[in-house]
Ligand binder design. Sequence first.
Ligand code: ADP
Ligand code: MG
Length: 275
Amino acid sequence: YADGPAASTREVRLIGGPPVGAATLESRDVGAWFGDRLVLDAVSLLMPAREVTALIGPSGCGKSTFLRILNRMHELVPTASLAGEVLLDGQDIYADGTRAQQVRLRVGMVFQKPNPFPAMSIKDNVLAGLKLAGLKCDDKDALVEQSLERAGLWREVRDRLNAPGGALSGGQQQRLCIARSLAVRPNVLLMDEPCSALDPTSTRRVEQTIAEIGHEVTVVIVTHNMQQAQRVSDHCAFFLAAENEPGRVIEHGPTEKIFAEPDDPRTYDYVNGRF
Ligand code: ADP
Ligand code: MG
């Protein structure tokens, strides 16, 4: 990707935006219910700034629920309730007077299925998050270029910024969604199985992007792909729910340790495909 001039390095100013920069995210004793059913119990995790934390574990153990708690999307489910605390740079995102919208601006989310606005131009897709949040910036073209560059998509689309988002390949659409998330300058980016709908080549391209933005913001990624967890993450948390029990974090630590010498035999079995 050495071809063509580098993207502008000028810092674009967002007007009315939250503070820029990575932030440490911490959950303390988080519990989650749907109705009266406890699905997550006592999850305490530190997700350090500028590092990638992978959440791994079998389906149904509460990984997506946990991710949604981290940016206050859990409360969008009418039956959902919650215990514990989530701290973003030490501040409780559920504290009285803290608005969910403001939290979601600082803690962005990328989903499994790429969801750009298909009929909207690539450029407008990148700016869409900004619009929704009511933010302005002092140079839209520079922000579009910078966001696409950070998402590793700039060189592929620079000549067709007015083409519809839906015209891109699946992997490009996912990177467009990453660019849209990055345009509002979140401190944290949450990703729920961002590559499960992609082919292997697109997956590797998105992984490169994740590794790069992992140096700039705090990334929390859910993945079922153990090679991917090893390739992109610095830390891993292994979630497991025994039958009729809520999901719990069995073990967390540096990715190398989780894969080479985990403390818990259940972690060993899971990362070695024995489940
Ligand atoms: P994972 O992402 O690890 O597969 P989830 O967080 O999606 O797990 O789900 C955890 C548990 O919560 C599952 O038993 C699931 O059926 C339940 N669950 C998830 N979403 C809802 C919901 N909106 N209403 C009721 N139960 C839910
Ligand atoms: Mg899930």
